[in-house]
Design a protein around this ligand. Sequence first.
Ligand code: HEC
Length: 365
Amino acid sequence: MTIGLSFLLGLVAGSVSFYMLGLWWPVALLVGLVAWLAFGLFDVKMDSAFTLMAGALLIFCVSLSGMIMRADSQLSGLQYAETVLEDGTQARYPIPLLGNARYGEEVYRSIGCAECHTQQVTHDGVEFDIKALATEKNLPAVKDAIDRYHRVTGSPASGGAAHGLPAGEWETVAHGANAADAAKARGFLSAAGASVDVQVRFHGEDLEKDEFINPDGRGWGKRRSVARDYLFAEKPMLGSVRIGPDLANVGTRHSRATLLRILLNPQLIRKGSKMPQHRFLFEEVDEGEANTITVLKGEKNIYYKPTKDADALVDYLLSLKGAQYPLEEAPVYQPFTSSLPVPAAPAEEEADGKEGGEASAESAN
Ligand code: HEC
């Protein structure tokens, strides 16, 4: 085989290993080199059963390690994350199911709620807005960095934003950038000495409704679901058909009383609801017992008391509130930190903005 043709084959092997199998680049380079040498120098020809079998075995091993073992090690290495909720409370996420809720998960599974309900919030995309703050001293360098950002990303230079940049004031530099461009902007600007603040905006019909950012939102979660959400689900019940709303975050939407009524008779909560009744989860009891729901049937009142299963099921539903915990791989909407009213000295404010910006841009990568 000519050296040119064998080089092309080596290039194909290397590219396939890198781009399609996702191998680490030195390994992909090695695969490419070995293929080039094998075809070129050692004159391997695909003309015997032995070379064909060896080739097939090699491809099998490479794809097994790249697509299955790598994914497996990524997922099995998942751990708790330390996170901070919007109200400032710190939490370890995910939270294991406790007591009754664990049994409730079994009830959810056995009744088949997953036939009509998913537990998987999706999102369509994420956008970044970037603000920068320059001082008198680094102003020229920062202006240069903004120019360079617009040149490199080919984004319109928004009416000479770079040249109107005032010193000592936060100014929006990029609007609606993708993750790669946002990372570039952050890199250029921090290298020039500017303070950087990044706003992360999500859109997707499952997410919280927001008139400006996400007008079509259904309010099923603050962020998309990720693998870490299911760390403690014995067998995640993602569901595949959405006849009813997604339940990944249902614990934040309804109270215990409402959830019990939805199970007993959804029409009590919403007229014309298409959810079936689950009356078998309740028993009729006499007047005067605690923890009952009273429903007027014909002429008389009936008292329904939730069974142990119903109580556990509701405990489980109330525990489903994961889609509000910000994670590194799935942050929730972050406004500009520099425009939040912080009662802090200006110098600290600046540092805050920078930190926030770096954290959010990294997490989106
Ligand atoms: C045959 C399909 C079906 C099954 C099975 C089903 N649901 Fe529903 N569910 C629905 C529909 C449809 C709605 C929306 C009702 C409406 O229009 O208000 C709903 C609504 C709900 C809601 C209110 C959600 C919200 O965001 O307001 C909860 C909670 C709920 N279901 C829980 C359950 C549980 C728990 C089970 C298993 C015991 C279950 N569902 C089984 C179809 C189903």
